[in-house]
Design a protein around this ligand. Structure first.
Ligand code: MF3
Ligand code: CO
Ligand code: CO
Length: 269
């Protein structure tokens, strides 16, 4: 593979070639398949470390590489963020309880291409307010994705997400964003999940990036715990997140991380 193909916009955003979509689909499909296959393991009593071990084994079995192990000193194949954890929860001995909600975020490298996706899981009985949060967060991601087409801007994506979330009286986290990816994990631009319509760089065919809104039932502020990774809501309110890796096509978008089993949303089977 030649890493120098294509061009970079004035905002530093790489434009990939039509032939590059296939590599992203392969990486994205593996990440999504792993998230499909851990769904039955998410039951009350399982530890987040056990879920991470299962994920790491699946990455190895696929002869792929975890993008997170060794990334800035991170040591795990996933981030697992429970309840009021916004993102970057570190897998460990903590056990999932009945009624918990959790985000599992997996990034794999296949043939040098990065596939990054996360989704929500529920253990046992789902409360009405958690169900509402998860639904709104999922639908907000989809509203953002629907704003992706050449000529629209990154601000259009953020605006679509923010407007939807705030119409449901929930809040969008400002402290973390989506990102360009492709042959690298995190590249320009920062994909904000809030903003003004028409602001920001213009979308062009061949841009690859994630959209990964974090939505809180309470206030948007977060803080990072002393482990330097775990981000939580300052007001301890419940938080949810969904993430897809996508590419801009000639007339819209291509989702690289679609669930092969149709299980992206936790209530879909
Ligand atoms: N997958 C996360 C993202 O969506 C990044 C995790 S980096 C880690 O960008 F080191 F915390 F794993
Ligand atoms: Co990401
Ligand atoms: Co991710």
């Amino acid at each position: 593979m030649d890493d120098t193909r294509g061009r970079t916009t004035k905002d530093g955003i790489r434009i990939y070639q039509p032939g590059d979509f296939a590599g992203m689909h392969k990486a994205g499909a593996l990440a999504a398949d792993i998230l499909d296959r851990i769904a039955p393991l998410v039951v009350p009593g399982v530890s987040t470390g056990e879920l991470d071990a299962a994920i790491e084994a699946m990455v190895d079995e696929a002869h792929a590489v975890s993008a997170t192990i060794g990334y800035k000193g991170y040591k795990h194949a996933s981030c697992i963020s429970l309840n009021h954890v916004v993102c970057h929860g570190i897998p460990g001995d903590k056990r999932v309880k009945d009624g918990d909600i959790l985000n599992v975020d997996v990034t794999v490298i296949v043939d040098g291409w990065y596939g990054d996706t996360s989704r929500m899981y529920v253990a046992g009985k789902l409360s009405r307010k958690a169900e509402r949060l998860i639904q709104v967060t999922h639908d907000a991601l989809m509203k953002g994705i629907e704003a992706v087409k050449p000529g629209n801007t990154f601000g259009d994506i953020g605006h679509a997400i923010q407007a939807y979330v705030e119409a449901h009286r929930m809040s969008v986290v400002r402290d973390f964003c989506g990102h360009g990816l492709g042959r690298v994990f995190h590249a320009p631009p920062n994909v904000l999940h809030y903003g003004r319509a028409g602001s920001g760089p213009v979308l062009e065919e061949g841009m690859f990036f994630t959209i990964e809104p974090m939505v809180n039932l309470g206030r948007p502020e977060t803080k990072v715990l002393s482990d330097d990774w775990t981000a939580v809501t300052r007001d301890k309110s419940l938080s949810a997140q969904f993430e897809h890796s996508i590419g801009v096509t000639s007339d819209g978008f291509d989702i690289f991380t679609l669930s092969p089993a149709g299980k992206f949303h936790p209530t879909w089977g």
